[in-house]
Design a protein. Sequence first.
Length: 383
Amino acid sequence: MSATSRREFLVAACRMAPAICVTGLAAPFFRSEAFAESRIDEILRTAPRARYWTSAAHDPKLVKCLLCSHACAIRPGGRGRCRTRMNVGGELRSLVYGRPLAIHVDPIEKKPFYHFLPGAAAFSLGTSGCPLRCKFCQNWQLSQSAPEDHPTTWTPPGSLVSAAADRMAPVIAFTYNEPTVQTEYLTDVAREARKRGLSSVIVSCGFMNEAPLSEMCEVLSAVKIDLKGFSPDFYREVSGAELKPVLRSIAQVARSGVHLEIVNLVVPTLNDSEKMLRGLADWVAGEVGPDVPVHFTRFHPDYQLRNLPPTPVATLELAREIAMGKGIRFAYVGNVPGHPGNNTLCPKCGKVVIGRSGFFVSEMNLSGGRCKFCRRPIPGVWA
């Protein structure tokens, strides 16, 4: 796909679907309290009843959100930790349904998915909100903001799918912030997309509960989960979450048969110890199998961790070496353009079956899902 400038995409998107005219990773829209109140009133006019919640037995106006593992108890007028689900008169409502804030057409490799439709264009969107508080978040302007922090326009599922189809993007990717917070919109869009022959994927922290993840797996073609570190303390201190639900989600996706890839952002001094990397590789190899692609990705200083340096490439190479030593067949070095660890190698003959330059495919030696050189099947979704 040819490169598209930000202005060209904005113009094209607005022509295709007038409701879709936002792009870029939006900075928080700082506003007065009066503005916030007016925005909430506008949002609530189209905010549907959320799924995955229950009323408290002792107080029917108090609701318990069952979407993610925080299990927030929310009083009338209050919200969950993700900021996107609000108790309105004893009913939980989604404040981000139909309100994407960022839309781009990206190569699928940027997500990253390396074993799912290489070279495909991914019509990518995000909303505000996230159940986690990662100090290293690269998209904190969206994930750590509330729906009323940004001007948005109502975009029904059909309009979004039409825009993706008109851009000739075979994949719709829910990304940038945590897709779980828009699960109602996500699944409605994915069902509509499937009717029109498009695939849907998510880039997730994996902190959702089993029931919503099961619904997502019914309509998604691929899931990428960030396994941020193999330590409960790391999750609590750096991400404001727990490790166990993420491991449960990864195992659940693996059992579902939906294509799965895992990313570990390697942060210097925080989750880069050899012990932690070995623990992660052991768990992946033993619990989800050796053919799930694992990306060890380079950290760059951002958000609340600007004091740390970028990950040394040698650390990423060590992580990849450890993973392959544990039997993981497809371990990658990420965020290091031009590194040979970006390429997919055939486990049998060792030759490059997919060569990559940055986020783009530069060499393709697959035929019918098999290595062209030795004919070994390479696990993935190739067509």
